[in-house]
Design a protein around this ligand. Structure first.
Ligand code: FAD
Length: 172
């Protein structure tokens, strides 16, 4: 049975004397289960910007800026799961493969495809480089190698990979 939901977020999580936290602030989707994390960060953000007497416009704007960044960052990560697909066997996957995505995501995908390079955009990003790279490679994105790779002697690269192999074997 399909479960219908309407994703989105408030334009302003903090407005006047009302602060929206959790589902009252927005909902993305359940794939990566980020709702409880967003509740926690919303509470911490409010504590960090807690008002004294009255409300300071600068505090409110900063709260809303950070909230916006966080939601859009998670949104991009979720969309990447669907956009980076090799499947075109159903109208659903075909649509997702060719759909328009936010500029922030298309820039990130273009950079990764052109040189396998990836950069974090800020400490507030929930999903770190490892998560992104695993999703992008796992979904089959064809990335050209970082040109710096040619500077690493093959013997060093093999020794490095053997170390990883040993660590994995020790922990299995
Ligand atoms: C089965 C399931 C599994 C989940 N798994 C995960 C997971 O693994 N990780 C994760 O991050 N998230 C998960 N979630 C999502 C997460 O649990 C919810 O997003 C989170 O609990 C929402 O908390 P909330 O306080 O924002 O909203 P709610 O828990 O919905 O609380 C809102 C409260 O406001 C009350 N209320 C509503 N309207 C009014 C009103 N007009 N006046 C007064 N009170 C009102 C409601 O009765 C309710 O008590 C899961 C959810 C479900 C259902």
């Amino acid at each position: 049975m399909p479960v219908h939901f309407r994703p989105g977020r408030r334009q302003k999580a903090w407005s006047g004397n009302v602060v929206a936290i959790g589902l009252s602030a927005g909902f993305l989707e359940p794939l990566e289960s980020t709702s409880i994390h967003l509740i926690q960060t919303g509470i911490f953000r409010l504590i960090g910007l807690f008002p004294g007497h009255g409300f300071d416009k600068a505090d409110i704007e900063e709260f809303n800026r950070q909230t916006l960044f966080e939601y859009e960052d998670i949104r991009d990560f979720i969309i990447a799961h669907y956009k980076v697909t090799n499947r075109e066997d159903t109208p659903f996957w075909s649509y997702l493969k060719h759909m328009q995505v936010p500029d922030s995501l298309s820039q990130r995908l273009a950079l990764f495809e052109s040189s396998a390079r990836f950069f974090q955009h800020g400490k507030a990003e929930l999903f770190r480089e490892e998560s992104w790279v695993q999703v992008l490679i796992g979904q089959g994105i064809q990335a050209k190698a970082d040109p710096m790779v040619d500077l690493i002697p093959a013997a060093d690269a093999i020794a490095f990979l053997r170390d990883i192999e040993e660590v994995i074997a020790d922990n299995c």
